[in-house]
Design a protein around this ligand. Structure first.
Ligand SMILES: Cc1cc2nc3c(=O)[nH]c(=O)nc-3n(C[C@H](O)[C@H](O)[C@H](O)COP(=O)(O)O)c2cc1C
Length: 360
């Protein structure tokens, strides 16, 4: 039997294949987690956009369907101070679009539902006792991390630089996700806001592996067994895949997002702060083209998205994806149509074959 060249993550999480389903808020839920858990990978549930009752319900569905370790994922940003002036300047910038689409400019701006990890979420983790808790945007306060670890959960988070990886290891992370520039969705960056110095996966993974003693999970631009085998060669103990899973039927993406993914090419994604206020990678659409993918007027995370909600609500029913976030990574051109369980199994087998070929 061919063995994985590095089994640290398999032992740490008690999983069978070193593949983590990327938590993808709004884009994947219990169905995808069940499928990946059945294939022996890590079943992840993104919690940032769910109420606590919804999280309980989703966890119940997963646990009823599969006996596999579970990862609950939370955002851990600081809620920004209210800034009505910035909010107004941003909405004023979007005013011509309100006019064009017939959206009500004077109605109160919708509020983002992306909530940070707090006391109440920590109590929920203590109640649900997942095997893994993953964070995005750093770590919550040390007392909350200590409480999560006291439940027995392994704690992981994303690093986009070596400095962030070292910070996360010191903060108590049991493994670190090395999130390269290619990755879809929000960049996990938290020590720097400099987009132009962000690092690609090929350069990031080995440098983080050299800098920390905990296992490293490679993320960003990995979409098949070529990428996964390469990640192991770079020093990763596992991979975390997001965009590739969006092609499975279990994805909860809208029809317009699915259509954009099917058409999407390598050179058609960009980092943008328009949809939430934090940089995230998605397929370029009308609003990104017309006001620039990164616009200094976008208010702090997660506020920016609110003013776009009425535009999206008008545009989407007309088949217009010009005002919605179309998260996708740079490997969006590598496509499949397989259910997530089958695709995970296939990815593991093909990667093992490739690694065996390299070893002999
Ligand atoms: C649609 C989408 C939503 C995402 N949402 C989250 C999230 O809620 N939490 C998180 O930690 N990472 C999130 N990410 C980032 C992924 O965890 C992962 O790092 C990334 O998808 C890896 O790069 P890839 O897309 O090239 O596979 C998201 C990514 C995508 C594509």
């Amino acid at each position: 039997m061919i063995a994985w060249p590095d089994t640290r993550l398999l032992k740490l999480f008690d999983i069978e294949v070193p593949i983590l389903l990327a938590p993808m808020a709004g884009a994947a839920g219990s169905a995808m987690a069940i499928a990946v858990g059945k294939a022996g990978g890590l079943a992840s549930l993104p919690c940032a956009m769910l109420s606590h009752d919804q999280i309980r319900e989703e966890v119940g569905l997963i646990r009823a369907a599969v006996r596999a370790p579970l990862n609950l994922n939370f955002f851990c940003h600081q809620t920004p101070e209210a800034n009505p002036e910035a909010d107004k300047a941003w909405k004023d910038l979007l005013q011509p679009y309100y006019q064009e689409l017939g959206a009500d400019f004077d109605a109160p701006t919708p509020v983002s539902n992306r909530a940070p990890f707090d006391e109440a979420s920590c109590a929920l983790v203590e109640e649900l006792k997942p095997q893994v808790v993953s964070f995005h945007f750093g770590l919550p306060f040390a007392d909350l991390v200590a409480r999560v670890k006291a439940t027995g959960a392994k704690v992981i988070s994303s690093a986009t630089t070596v400095d962030e990886a070292i910070w996360l290891e010191r903060g108590g992370c049991d493994a670190i996700i090395a999130m390269g520039y290619e990755a879809g969705g929000h960049r996990g960056m938290f020590l720097s806001d400099q987009l132009h110095t962000q690092v690609g996966t090929l350069a990031l993974v080995p440098q983080i592996a050299d800098a920390v003693s905990v296992p490293v999970i490679a993320a960003g631009g990995i979409a098949d067994s070529r990428g996964m085998a390469a990640a192991f060669m770079l020093g990763a103990s596992a991979v975390q895949l997001g965009t590739a899973y969006l092609f499975s039927p279990e994805a909860k993406t809208t029809q317009l997002h699915q259509a954009a993914l099917r058409e999407g090419k390598d050179s058609e994604t960009a980092l943008t702060n328009l949809f939430t206020g934090r940089p995230a990678r998605g397929l370029v659409n009308r609003i990104m083209r017309e006001i620039g993918p990164v616009n200094a007027s976008a208010p702090a995370f997660p506020t920016a998205g609110g003013a776009l909600v009425p535009l999206r609500a008008k545009a989407e029913p007309q088949g217009d994806s010009g005002f919605m976030n179309l998260w996708a990574g740079q490997a969006v051109g590598i496509k499949h149509r397989l259910p997530a369980e089958e695709w995970t199994r296939q990815l593991a087998i093909q990667t093992l074959e490739k690694l065996a070929g390299i070893q002999h």
